[in-house]
Design a protein around this ligand. Structure first.
Ligand code: HEC
Length: 162
């Protein structure tokens, strides 16, 4: 009993990534280039709520100045990604914020998405900010299931500015 209590406490104190870090993501095909607008950017009025929330969640990154977001898909999962799954097990896709270098990872396990946040050297940084915790990722990706089908969202924010 005592042991169980201690371990659940430490889980709360130090959120850890659930998805693993794919060391070779730089070699994976790029399927999307997008951006997080800076904190001061006013989004077009017709911007879907979902996108507004995603921007609001992460526009503090890079000191609020905005940054490029590049999506790389695991070479074996390109076809699966096109149809938003169903996904086979393993790491599926990464979203990389160019500055300051943050890698969002979505992996699948028994068809279900799991999440992780790393720096570009593979260090787990999910405990460094509340919005980097896997539970937080899930709260958005799972809420908008009409868009984030099987955990992948790919509604490029950059399209709004075209
Ligand atoms: C408030 C909503 C929201 C939260 C929170 C969120 N995401 Fe996303 N996610 C999005 C949106 C919207 C996109 C599509 C962005 C684009 O392409 O411009 C996206 C895209 C992604 C992608 C690119 C691949 C794809 O098509 O889905 C990955 C990987 C990803 N998110 C992982 C994560 C991880 C890991 C976390 C938590 C650290 C997280 N997300 C938190 C909304 C969210």
């Amino acid at each position: 009993m005592a042991v169980a209590c201690i371990s659940s406490l430490s889980l709360t104190a130090f959120a850890a990534s659930i998805a693993s870090y794919p060391a070779d993501w730089r070699d994976w095909p790029v399927v999307g280039e997008s951006m997080v607008p800076g904190r001061d950017v006013v989004l077009p009025e017709e911007t879907p709520l979902f996108i507004q929330e995603a921007v609001a969640a992460y526009n503090w990154i890079n000191d609020g100045q905005g940054t490029k977001l590049t999506t790389h898909v695991h070479p074996d999962k390109i076809e699966q990604y096109k149809t938003h799954g169903p996904y086979s097990d393993g790491i599926t896709v990464v979203g990389v914020y160019e500055k300051p270098g943050v890698v969002f990872v979505t992996e699948h396990l028994s068809g279900k998405p799991i999440y992780g946040t790393y720096d570009v050297n593979g260090k787990d940084i999910s405990s460094t900010h509340p919005t980097f915790e896997p539970q937080y990722c899930e709260s958005c990706h799972n809420t908008y299931q009409d868009i984030c089908i099987n955990g992948t969202c790919s509604v490029p924010v950059i399209d709004l500015f075209k």
